[in-house]
Each structure stands twice: as structure tokens, then as C-alpha cells.
Unconditional design. Structure first.
Length: 603
């Protein structure tokens, strides 16, 4: 492998605990792979090597690179290359009896676990109004991933439900997804001889994306590594964006404290992005206080300036993005991958509609298109019934969505309600109120806040229409156009990808549009009160910027995000987009507006 001096130093190090601080686009996978190859080539048995990743994709990439390096591996003597959960499942295949199961256990997914919780609640006649099944599932997951005692961290009834849930899993010869980490840790702590067996087996441990570990994962690694101390971890605290999943980036920051004598090697050369993009992203992240400082640099050219575009509305913002992409796709020399990134899924609505209008095929990465989302389809079915009392398809959807008594009430209140001129927003409120829809979402879905954001986006869009038929016609045309769009001009090479910033981590694109960079969205308004939350929002900004290789557009309407002002101004070009012509305005000053006094300060 061709390695730069710092990568080579990391690959060759033989002195014990090693912390590789790998900046964005600095070749961490190549370095981690090289280290595995080096350990084996120096005489270690391949089966003594444990390399843990967070995704199957990363594990496969490492395995493919190792195979390409010429290292001879066979089925009986090969390193473990896989995710935390696949490693935990392997341990449980051998040790399941210590948790009252046999090796043919089933792994319950989220839906299975939720169904089991509902079954237990029904058995004990516990009200789903008082204790929401989805919230209980989330709480149970937190107890396991954070290695907490249910009795001390849950109210009395949920704590008892947790114990029943655990017993039912055992009766079903099943583990849930969180058990795949928590139960091996529990077995190790309660059975020292079992821990010793795995410590002796895995003498060389490597962990990718260490900044994303939660308490259970951290403890699993610590227990396995405490005998030989041959532990290598790779990561970047500047890309720690998963606290909502229980990840604790302090595990990364405190590594030297946990493992005295640690060697720290920083990979700071970026191979992905142009000079301006790297300097711009570095200018933003330097405002975070809790981090391991690094000086990211690149030998690439400075490249295009970072373009910051203000628009008068979400629709104009989306129009600018679609128009710019259309022009790019028309160029015969254009072969760039393109991504549109956003903080919340609800933001995709305006973007999707603009892309459809410009006949640009697109893919939603890791999610559903806006009008395919359950909560949107439910509300639209209510509005269609309000407009057309004979719509039996909408009636059937409502019956399937709600309990019988609630469904009958919704159907009764919505049927034909729009034919008398009742406003769209009033009709939506009738649907939400009659069904107590927000409570339904909260009860059934762990991501109910995201679903409510989608509903609020629909309400905002619907408010711009003067009549219900006009709104429903527009929605139908958009859906129809989208179906046609799938067969459109660019379908053979769909290069336009829509996704949240969280899902973009680890990916790269020639051209990136970061949209909706306004106060209240990025940073999200829920982050205002806590400094740690605000720093994670800034890390989201950093991650999104460093996805771009050549061109980066940052767009906003309303109040621009404070993060925009943290980008060194000599690196940016500022534009206004709007007006009847839908072009850059002639009176563009090329300057950002003054920072808004509404920005909330934090310590």
C-alpha cells in the first residue's frame, strides 16, 4: 500500500495502546487495513486479530483490502472483521447458556421487541395511554446500551415491565439487538474464566469509529483489551454526531487516561476535498472547545470558493438547487456525484418538488420520499375523504391506521367535510384532533418527533393553497410526475442523492448542496440550551462540509445560521437568489447580512 509518513508510522507502531486521530478524508480505512496486514505479517496468528467496525460496509471494505494485499487467510485461521453486533452474536453462539438460551436463539428486531412489549402490557392490563410502548422500548434500549440498572433508572412500573420483558425474551430463546453487546459484557463480568478465554484468543484488537462507542461497547472493548493492551482505536471527535444513539465521544477524548502510555498519531492530510473546503470546515470546527485539535490540510488546489446563497423562501432555495443541478447535468463534461444534505427529513419536501418540476431523477438515501411517508399519507387520506366522500381507498387506510372506534370517528368527521368550503388547515386540525394523531405517533414510533416535523412541513405547504381541491390536485400531480421522473432523462445515471447529514457520514460527493442552514434548523432549536448539544450541531456542520470534494453550496432562507459566520470570509462568495426572474439579483452585495441579535449565547 502507498502510505504517507503518518499513516506508515501508525501501521508500524508496536508499543501498545495506539490512538489514531483520523481527520476527515485522511485515509483511515487504508491505515487500519495496513495495520491489520502488518500485525499478521509480523507473525501474529490471523485468528488472534479482532477488528471491529460500526457498519457491514466498512467491514467488507477492510476485508477486501486485506485480501487484495496478498495476506493468506483461510476459514479456520482468519481475523474477525465485523461489526460490534456481529461480534457479540458470535460470542453468544458459544455462551448463550449462561443467559438461559441455547445457540439456536432468535435475534429480535425493533418491531419484534415492540410487539413483545405490547403483549406484556396487554397481559397485565397496563394502559398504553400512560406508558407508551415506543417510549418503553427506547428506555429499555438505553438501560442496556448504557449498562444501567432498571430499578434505579426507570419508574416502578416500567422497571417491572423491563424484568417481564427480559423473562419473555428468555422464554422465546431470543435476544434483542441491544443484548448482542450488553449480554456478552454481562457474561464477561460474571464469568472471569470466560473473559480470560476471549482475552487469550484476541491478542490484537482494533476498533474503527471509536468516537461513536456507547457505554456497553466501551466496556466490551476495555474488558477484552485489559490483559494484552494491544489496542488500536481510530476515529475523529470532530465527526461525533450520534449522541442520540447513546454514543459518547468522551470515550475517544479520554482514551489516553484509560490507557496510560498511549501513542497518539494524527492523520491530518485530507485526500478528498479542495483547499478552500478544508479551510472552511476547519474554520467552523475550531470554535468547539471539547476536542483534540488537529490541523487538517491538503495538497489539492484551493479550488472553487464556498458559495453561500440566500433565498426568500424554502421554495426559492429549492429552485436554486434544482436549477444549478439541471445546468450541471446538461454539461457534456459533467460526471459529478451530487448530494443534497439537510438537517431534518422534513426539509426534503421542497427540494423533491423542485427536482420533480425540473425533471431531475433523484434518490432518497436511507429513507422514504416525502409523500410516501406514513404520517403524510395518513393525513392526505383524511383530506381526500373530506373532498370526496366516495373515496373507499382512503376509508380503508384510515380503518387500518386506527382502532375501530377512532377510525369510525375520523371517517364520520372527515367525510365530505371539505365540500362546504372548510379551510385546509382546519381540516388537517380536525383529522389530527379527532384521531389524537400526535399521541398515536408517540405511542407507536420512536422517531415520533421527526414525524411531527414532517407533518408541520405539510401544514406549512398546505397553508399556501386557497382550496382543498387545488392542494390535492397539486399533491397528486407531484406524485404522478415523480413516477414519470423515475423513467426520465437521467434515470440511467441517477447522480442526485438526498439524505440527512447523519446518513452522509463516511460518504463523499463531487458537488454538495447543504440546504436550510438557518437558525433553528442547523443548529437545531433543541440544542440552544446546552453547550454540548450546540457543539454536536457544529460537528454536523463540519461533517456535511467535508463530504464535498470540489464544489460546496450552502443555502438558507430566513435567519442565516451562526455557523455560516464561522467560515473564514475570504473563502466564500455570497449570492442572493430570488425575484420574479428566479436568477441571482443584480444588486447582490456579495456580503453576508449582519449577525442577528436573536442568536442565543451559551457558555
Amino acid at each position: 500500500m502507498e502510505l504517507n509518513p503518518k499513516q506508515q508510522e501508525a501501521v508500524n507502531y508496536e508499543g501498545g495502546p495506539l490512538l489514531i486521530v483520523a481527520g476527515a478524508g485522511s485515509g483511515k480505512t487504508k491505515t487500519l487495513t495496513g495495520r491489520v496486514v502488518k500485525i499478521i505479517s509480523k507473525g501474529a496468528s490471523p485468528s488472534s486479530v479482532l477488528a471491529i467496525t460500526f457498519t457491514n460496509k466498512a467491514a467488507k471494505e477492510i476485508k477486501d483490502r486485506i485480501m487484495a494485499s496478498g495476506v493468506n487467510l483461510n476459514q479456520g485461521n482468519s481475523p474477525f472483521l465485523g461489526t460490534f453486533h456481529s461480534f457479540g452474536a458470535r460470542i453468544l453462539k458459544e455462551e448463550a447458556d449462561k443467559e438461559g438460551r441455547n445457540k439456536n436463539f432468535t435475534i429480535f428486531d425493533g418491531d419484534d421487541s415492540l410487539s413483545l412489549i405490547k403483549k406484556i402490557m396487554k397481559q397485565y392490563n397496563i394502559s398504553k395511554e400512560k406508558y407508551k410502548p415506543s417510549e418503553l422500548l427506547r428506555d429499555f434500549s438505553a438501560v442496556k446500551s448504557e449498562m444501567l440498572k432498571a430499578e434505579g433508572n426507570l419508574e416502578t412500573v416500567p422497571a417491572k415491565l423491563f424484568q417481564e420483558y427480559e423473562e419473555e425474551l428468555k422464554k422465546n430463546n431470543a435476544f434483542d439487538f441491544d443484548d448482542l453487546i450488553e449480554k456478552p459484557v454481562k457474561i464477561f463480568l460474571q464469568n472471569p474464566e470466560v473473559l480470560k478465554k476471549y482475552q487469550d484468543k484476541y491478542k490484537h484488537i482494533l476498533v474503527d469509529e471509536y468516537q461513536d462507542t456507547n457505554s456497553a461497547q466501551y466496556t466490551l472493548v476495555k474488558l477484552l483489551a485489559e490483559k494484552h493492551h494491544n489496542l488500536t482505536v481510530v476515529g475523529d471527535d470532530a465527526q461525533a454526531i450520534y449522541s442520540f444513539r447513546g454514543a459518547d465521544y468522551r470515550n475517544f477524548l479520554n482514551f489516553e487516561r484509560d490507557y496510560p502510555g498511549t501513542k497518539v498519531i494524527k492523520l491530518e492530510e485530507n485526500y478528498r476535498s479542495s483547499g478552500n473546503i478544508i479551510r472552511g470546515a476547519s474554520g467552523v470546527i475550531k470554535y468547539n472547545k471539547n476536542q483534540k485539535p488537529k490541523e487538517l490540510w491538503t495538497s489539492k488546489k484551493e479550488g472553487e470558493p464556498i458559495r453561500i446563497v440566500s433565498a426568500k423562501s424554502q421554495e426559492q432555495e429549492a429552485e436554486f438547487i434544482a436549477k444549478t443541478i439541471k445546468d450541471t447535468l446538461k454539461r457534456s463534461d459533467a460526471n459529478k456525484s451530487i448530494a443534497i444534505l439537510y438537517r431534518t427529513n422534513a426539509q426534503s419536501r421542497a427540494i423533491e418538488q423542485a427536482l420533480i418540476r425540473f425533471d431531475i431523477a433523484y434518490k432518497i438515501f436511507g429513507g422514504l420520499k416525502f409523500y410516501e411517508r406514513k404520517e403524510i399519507k395518513d393525513i392526505i387520506s383524511g383530506l381526500r375523504l373530506a373532498s370526496n366522500p366516495f373515496d373507499s381507498v382512503s376509508v380503508e387506510r384510515i380503518k387500518k391506521t386506527f382502532y375501530k372506534a377512532v377510525a369510525e370517528k375520523v371517517i364520520s368527521n372527515m367525510t365530505g367535510a371539505g365540500t362546504s368550503g372548510t379551510g385546509i388547515l382546519d381540516l388537517i386540525n380536525t383529522f389530527l384532533g379527532t384521531s389524537d394523531y400526535f399521541a398515536v405517533l408517540k405511542s407507536e414510533f420512536g422517531n415520533f418527533r421527526e414525524r411531527i416535523e414532517n407533518i408541520n412541513e405539510l401544514i406549512s405547504y398546505a397553508g399556501g393553497f386557497s382550496s382543498l381541491p387545488e392542494f390535492l390536485e397539486q399533491v397528486s400531480l407531484l406524485q404522478s410526475s415523480d413516477e414519470q421522473n423515475k423513467k426520465g432523462l437521467f434515470e440511467k445515471d441517477v447522480r442526485v442523492n438526498l439524505m440527512t447529514i447523519h446518513l452522509s457520514k463516511g460518504l463523499e460527493f463531487g458537488m454538495v448542496f447543504l440546504c436550510g442552514v438557518t437558525e433553528g434548523i442547523l443548529p437545531h432549536e433543541r440544542s440552544y440550551a446546552v453547550a454540548d448539544d450546540m457543539e454536536e450541531e457544529r460537528r454536523l456542520m463540519y461533517v456535511s462540509m467535508t463530504r464535498a470534494k470540489e464544489e460546496l453550496y450552502i443555502t438558507y432562507s430566513s435567519v442565516p445560521s451562526r455557523f455560516i459566520y464561522e467560515i473564514p470570509q475570504e473563502l466564500v462568495q455570497v449570492y442572493n437568489f430570488g425575484g420574479v426572474s428566479g436568477r441571482f439579483e443584480d444588486d447582490n452585495s456579495g456580503e453576508l447580512p449582519d449577525e442577528d441579535e436573536r442568536y442565543i449565547e451559551y457558555d
